[in-house]
Design a binder for this molecule. Structure first.
Ligand code: ZN
Length: 247
């Protein structure tokens, strides 16, 4: 089943031109670029396993590009290495996006400015349905958004994405009083914290709690999981390396 006929038609039209400009495959892999021809396959993703595989492959490309950028001595060289990754995400025809969206995965991520799911998974516009809040907290609005993503857009994968150095979880570990709105946001994070003050363990516990809560709070998500049409996974992004690890 092709879940993205609109994007696919546009993508196939673009792939030829992109391939003509592309560096040899070995050089692309070295600097984090993917094979533009892979876009056809990515746009036909229809199972949770397919979607997860594409996200992991995208993250592999990002990690390679991120490491190459870190190794670059001067800003121009760093820009060149990251630009190749970005270039690979620019194959979708804007006219196709105007006709509709067919994202292959949804991500509930922290609002932290360094944790951009499109960047971490090397995806372009139209590929990821993104819901973001500090501490990747799943308020009713987030659950409703994911209901829409799964129920109407038939997305087969939801990723709850926490990350290193998360300010929201740090705040939950602390004891200072914050604004009423922030206290409301932190209350469920605090309630699920493990013993101790290890930030990484706290972030990962929060991700697991949120991922587990989603299908308990939504009959639609629970039914999709039970039918094998949806997988909900937790993941942890290490900002320094760019690596996203499944929990
Ligand atoms: Zn965060």
């Amino acid at each position: 089943m092709n879940r993205r006929p609109l994007l696919l038609a546009a993508a196939l039209a673009c792939v030829g031109g992109a391939a003509a400009l592309a560096a040899p495959a070995a050089a692309q892999a070295e600097e984090g670029g993917g094979d533009p021809a892979d876009l056809e396959t990515r746009l036909q993703v229809c199972t949770p396993g397919d979607a997860l595989s594409w996200l992991q492959q995208g993250n592999d490309r990002f990690v390679q590009a991120w490491a190459a950028a870190r190794a670059a001595v001067d800003p121009a060289q760093r820009m060149q290495r990251l630009a190749r990754l970005w270039q690979n995400n620019c194959q979708i025809d804007p006219l196709a996006l105007a006709e509709g969206q067919r994202p292959f995965a949804a991500v509930l991520a922290c609002a932290d400015s360094r944790v951009d799911p499109g960047w971490l998974f090397a995806c372009g516009s139209g590929e990821l349905f993104q819901v973001r809040s500090a501490g990747n907290t799943a308020f009713a609005e987030a659950v409703a958004s994911l209901d829409y993503a799964v129920g109407l857009l038939t997305i087969p994968l939801v990723v709850v994405l926490g990350h290193s150095d998360c300010g929201a979880v740090k705040a939950a570990l602390g004891h200072e009083l914050l604004t009423p709105s922030l206290e409301e946001l932190l209350a469920p994070i605090r309630a699920g914290l493990p013993a101790g003050d290890d930030l990484t363990l706290a972030v990962q516990a929060n991700v697991r709690r949120v991922a587990g809560d989603l299908s308990r709070r939504s009959d639609l998500l629970a039914a999709a999981v039970a039918a094998g049409r949806l997988q909900i996974v937790g993941a942890y992004a290490d900002i320094a390396s760019g690596r996203v690890t499944l929990l």
